[in-house]
Structure formats: structure tokens, C-alpha cells
Design a protein around this ligand. Structure first.
Ligand code: PNS
Length: 164
């Protein structure tokens, strides 16, 4: 039984995240998609909203050989990973620019908890420039999110804007 944690802010989940999860399913029996509770950050969506959206968009990609679970965590990622009895942390790397930050985090996590490996995965080239930050910026400035996030996420973003 190989269990991995896929941590992140997921504010909101993008097609790039889903691509990494689908690839991760080829390597792991279970992936816990773990949303970081960040008290200082002002997110677009609350933890509950992100959790619900993730659960919805994971349904179509769920496969029998790999269980997908959504959770949230605070504190150190390695402490959470240990508590979940995970073998690995999955992180997506889109470009060289991601590598430096990701390498630092992976090495710090290894120092803190040598038993947990970090696995870097590359998304499809189509998503190599997609980030939650840019998705929010494009949306707020009126651009289309077609192909960048699942339609449900764009709908939820529009609903959020209407209600604010
Ligand atoms: O998608 P993000 O926002 O780039 O994800 C960053 C995340 C959640 C992986 C990172 O901020 C994290 O692990 N935070 C938990 C606190 C922690 O363990 N810090 C030490 C890591 S070196």
C-alpha cells in the first residue's frame, strides 16, 4: 500500500493539479490531496469551498486502483504526512523556475523527516504555465478560463464574484 500526500493551497484547483493527480495515480495506491490552512493568507475560496470543489472535480478522474481523498492540514507538512502514514509527498514542477523553491522545500522536509520522500512530477506541457495565481488574475480581469480549470471551478468563481 503506497500512500502519498499531494499538498497545496488549491485556491482554486486547476487542470494542472488534476493532471498531476492522474499521473500520481500510476505510482500510488492512495493520494491524499491536502489543503494547507494558512491563517495569514487571504484566500479567494475558504477551506470548505476548496475542499468541496476538489471533491467534485476528482469524481470523474477517480480510478479503482487509486483512492483519492481530500483533507486539510496546518503546521508542518512532514508532521501531517507522518500522522497519515504516508510514504511520499508529491509536488508538480512546471518549469525550471519552480525547481529552486521545490528543491529547498524537499530538502528541508527530508531533513525534518528522512523517511518521507518527495516525488516531483511534470504536468502535461499544456499546463506548464497554469497556476492558481494566474487563473485568479485572468478571471478577475475578465479573461476566459476555458481549458485552465474544470467548468465547475469557473462557475464557482463567477458565483463567488456575484455574491461578494
Ligand atoms: O501550492 P503551494 O501553495 O505552493 O503549496 C505550498 C505547501 C503547502 C506545499 C507548503 O507551503 C507547505 O508544505 N506548507 C506547510 C508548512 C511546512 O511544512 N513548511 C516547511 C516546508 S519546507
Amino acid at each position: 500500500m503506497r500512500r502519498a500526500i499531494y499538498p497545496g493551497s488549491f485556491d482554486p484547483v486547476t487542470n494542472g493539479h488534476l493532471d498531476i493527480i492522474e499521473r500520481g495515480c500510476k505510482l500510488f495506491d492512495e493520494i491524499i490531496i491536502a489543503i494547507l490552512v494558512h491563517p495569514e493568507k487571504k484566500p479567494f475560496f475558504s477551506i470548505e469551498e476548496r475542499r468541496d470543489m476538489l471533491e467534485q472535480v476528482l469524481k470523474p478522474i477517480q480510478q479503482p486502483q487509486c483512492s483519492l481523498r481530500v483533507d486539510s492540514f496546518d503546521g508542518l507538512l512532514v508532521h501531517y504526512a507522518l500522522a497519515q502514514k504516508a510514504d511520499a509527498i508529491v509536488r508538480g514542477i512546471r518549469a525550471i523556475s519552480d525547481y529552486e523553491y521545490e528543491l529547498q522545500m524537499a530538502l528541508m522536509n527530508r531533513r525534518l523527516e528522512p523517511g518521507i520522500e518527495t516525488v516531483f512530477m511534470m504536468p502535461a506541457e499544456t499546463y506548464s504555465y497554469v497556476s492558481s495565481r494566474l487563473v485568479k488574475e485572468v478571471f478577475q480581469l475578465g479573461g476566459t478560463l476555458d481549458g485552465l480549470v474544470p467548468p465547475l471551478i469557473e462557475e464557482r468563481m463567477k458565483a463567488k464574484l456575484r455574491s461578494s
